[in-house]
Design a binder for this molecule. Structure first.
Ligand code: 5GP
Length: 189
């Protein structure tokens, strides 16, 4: 997606050979117009897939997922990383090792908001090693839901997550695929 690639080039910061910081429009401050365009793009890709719900992960998956949900006219449910008094039982849970935080979070989704009648579009901000996607797929499988595909804002194509998911037969659609972050430079596939 051209507008996303332009935002990455103009505002992204290469923190290391495998970490891209996009805090100014996706991970901290959010650019609503860009989110809306990305939501439209995901919705166009999945308009005939019979999506009934979008499943994402807090926090940074929520903005693009909500925009896609708005266009597709379906609810968006996000995996929560911390339990709370209002979220104690009746849960699907999965462990997700965080690439950026280097800790394992148990993500939870209420059984009230996911079931075997669902056809899901899974959305997340980044795809690196595929741990977050794996956790969300685990939750979807526990619910007996069908997964139509996985929509990613930025896939780092030089890390193994995308290849592994596609080899498992999942449809993966990434709005931007970064092929390298070497020498402090973003290169797209
Ligand atoms: P994975 O689970 O695929 O290894 O990594 C994806 C998750 O880690 C995403 O949910 C995202 O929050 C985070 N992540 C992975 N790589 C990056 C990166 O280069 N930049 C940022 N900002 N987040 C990343």
């Amino acid at each position: 997606m051209k507008a996303l690639e332009q935002a990455i080039l103009a505002k992204g910061k290469v923190l290391s050979e495998d970490v891209l910081k996009v805090d100014s429009f996706l991970n901290h401050q959010i650019d609503p117009a860009l989110m809306q365009a990305m939501g439209q793009e995901f919705a166009d890709l999945y308009k005939d897939a019979g999506i009934t719900r979008i499943l994402t992960l807090e926090a940074s998956g929520i903005a693009p997922a909500v925009m896609a949900g708005l266009v597709l006219g379906v609810p968006v449910v996000f995996g929560r990383k911390r339990k709370s008094v209002t979220l104690q039982d009746n849960l699907y849970t999965a462990d997700v090792y965080s690439f950026t935080k280097k800790v394992t979070n148990t993500i939870s989704v209420s059984k009230d908001f996911l079931d075997k009648e669902d056809t899901l579009l899974i959305i997340d901000d980044f795809l690196a090693n595929g741990e977050a996607a794996k956790g969300l797929l685990d939750v979807a499988n526990q619910a007996g839901a069908k997964v139509a595909g996985i929509g990613i804002v930025i896939e780092k194509g030089f890390q193994p997550g995308g290849k592994a998911l596609r080899e498992q037969g999942y449809r993966v659609d990434s709005l931007a695929i970064v092929s390298s972050l070497e020498n402090g430079t973003v290169t797209f596939a």
